[in-house]
Design a protein around this ligand. Structure first.
Ligand SMILES: *[C@@H]1O[C@H](CO)[C@@H](O)[C@H](O)[C@H]1NC(C)=O
Ligand SMILES: *[C@@H]1O[C@H](CO)[C@@H](O)[C@H](O)[C@H]1NC(C)=O
Ligand SMILES: *[C@@H]1O[C@H](CO)[C@@H](O)[C@H](O)[C@H]1NC(C)=O
Ligand SMILES: *[C@@H]1O[C@H](CO)[C@@H](O)[C@H](O)[C@H]1NC(C)=O
Ligand SMILES: *[C@@H]1O[C@H](CO)[C@@H](O)[C@H](O)[C@H]1NC(C)=O
Ligand SMILES: *[C@@H]1O[C@H](CO)[C@@H](O)[C@H](O)[C@H]1NC(C)=O
Ligand SMILES: *[C@@H]1O[C@H](CO)[C@@H](O)[C@H](O)[C@H]1NC(C)=O
Ligand SMILES: *[C@@H]1O[C@H](CO)[C@@H](O)[C@H](O)[C@H]1NC(C)=O
Ligand SMILES: *[C@@H]1O[C@H](CO)[C@@H](O)[C@H](O)[C@H]1NC(C)=O
Ligand SMILES: *[C@@H]1O[C@H](CO)[C@@H](O)[C@H](O)[C@H]1NC(C)=O
Length: 343
């Protein structure tokens, strides 16, 4: 094992040290409702009449989303086993949007994606179409606590177009994917979102632990990432929004992964990456790159090895990064076009 310890590099990177209505409110309107069983027939009624929605031991029918959109001032509690019928589609299996919505997973609950039904080692690059598991989209003022995900078919938790949200204590266990063909099982994927605070995430998967594609003021703290591709900004480029600003990734551990931390921008694309800090990151047994920044990314074919310069990278600070990279790996690899990186 080689050791990365207080490496100092160049300009940009400085590594220094059912529904039963069980409670009625004063108005006679139901205030708490339970969705359970194997149908979503009661869902619309529950959404329109309940402020405390409990989803308990639910089996969501194949090809349908558990659609918790368009709600406000509501709390949602998940209990027991939430599972899903098999269909080859893009998902998401669960979708939540609204304003002032709090989501809590009770002890012992699980979203069991049973991903092995889809896994074929091809992820989203081919084979059968695999659904995303859980998406927060257009969620404003939300607090999400303690969600347990098991065996996501592909991407697990998407945070798209959300503002002012906190996500605490997510656990994603996709260990089975290591031996049963899991691929592109990204844990937390952020796009087009602002003021997002993600804390205490635990991930065992086969792709990015965090991937920030666009957004502003994103915080990712106290994560433990194992088995995947590390904590990433990117890929950035080739989407409608390609601007990443103010991302803070701190106090985290990455083990047994391809990369520790990385920034990857798409070859020939335009956009901006500005104000990124990585601080207090420990890595162990990284197989490819401890710190990777590349401007030549192409999903297919492989990276060109020839970075382009349409996506400036400004004001990136990497401090207190330490740990080990396998002997065949590289501690720090930076491949950026001339003039792309600046303070
Ligand atoms: C959600 O939680 C926040 C902070 O804990 C609280 O201020 C807010 O009132 C809660 N909203 C709902 C709908 O329970
Ligand atoms: C969840 O429920 C599904 C469907 O009944 C079952 O196949 C699966 O094994 C359960 N998962 C857990 C973790 O109990
Ligand atoms: C986000 O929070 C800020 C500060 O509290 C507030 O000014 C802004 O309106 C909020 N944005 C949304 C979309 O809720
Ligand atoms: C972190 O998340 C785990 C899993 O949800 C939880 O058991 C633990 O209490 C959380 N820790 C803190 C400090 O919130
Ligand atoms: C949602 O976010 C995308 C970027 O991911 C952005 O292009 C789009 O305009 C946003 N949509 C809305 C309605 O804000
Ligand atoms: C660094 O992060 C670790 C968790 O990985 C944490 O235990 C430790 O307190 C952090 N150190 C500082 C100085 O915040
Ligand atoms: C190192 O990580 C690889 C995955 O990249 C894993 O297969 C291997 O078991 C790990 N080695 C140790 C000593 O943990
Ligand atoms: C990159 O852009 C150049 C100039 O527009 C074009 O000739 C080339 O085909 C592009 N390459 C790829 C891989 O898109
Ligand atoms: C650099 O980024 C940090 C946040 O990461 C921000 O607070 C600071 O204002 C930025 N500096 C410049 C010159 O943009
Ligand atoms: C760019 O986007 C197109 C359409 O979504 C996709 O087919 C292509 O693979 C993307 N290229 C890269 C490098 O991501």
């Amino acid at each position: 094992m080689k050791s990365i310890f207080k490496v100092l590099i160049g300009l940009v990177v400085v590594v220094v040290a059912a529904s039963e209505n069980d409670v009625s409110g004063p108005s006679g309107r139901a205030t708490s409702c339970i969705l359970t069983g194997n149908s979503l027939d009661q869902l619309n009624e529950i959404k329109s009449s309940c402020k405390n929605i409990v989803v308990q031991n639910l089996r969501v029918p194949a090809g349908k989303s558990l659609d918790l959109t368009g709600i406000s001032d509501t709390s949602i509690t998940f209990k027991g086993n939430i599972s899903f019928g098999y269909a080859e589609w893009k998902g998401p299996l669960v979708l939540i949007s609204g304003s002032n919505v709090n989501v809590t997973g009770e002890n012992g609950h699980v979203f069991d994606g049973q991903g092995a039904r889809w896994w074929d080692n091809l992820g989203s690059n081919g084979g059968v179409q695999k659904p995303r598991l859980f998406k927060l989209r257009y969620l404003y003022q939300g607090v999400v606590n303690h969600l347990n995900f098991l065996n996501s078919p592909r991407h697990c938790l998407a945070i798209h177009n959300c503002t002012n949200i906190t996500v605490n204590g997510v656990v994603m266990n996709n260990k089975d994917g290591d031996t049963q063909g899991g691929h592109n099982t990204d844990a937390v994927n952020v796009k087009g979102s602002e003021n997002v605070f993600i804390k205490n995430t635990t991930v065992y998967n086969q792709d990015d632990c965090l991937a920030v594609r666009s957004g502003k003021n994103i915080h990712f703290e106290q994560a433990f990432c194992s088995g995947g591709h590390g904590m990433s900004i990117g890929s950035v480029g080739n989407r409608t929004n390609n601007v990443v600003e103010d991302v803070h990734i701190t106090d985290s551990v990455v083990v047994d992964s391809d990369n520790g931390i990385r920034i990857k921008t798409v070859y020939n694309a335009t956009g901006l990456v500005s104000g990124v800090t990585y601080n207090n990151i420990t890595m162990r047994n990284i197989s490819k790159f401890g710190i990777l920044m590349r401007g030549d990314y192409l999903n297919q074919p492989r990276p060109t090895g020839n970075p382009s310069n349409g996506i400036p990278i400004r004001n990136v600070t990497v401090t207190n990064v330490r740990g080990t990279v396998q002997t065949k790996g590289t501690n720090v690899y930076i491949l950026l076009g001339q003039g792309v990186a600046s303070m």
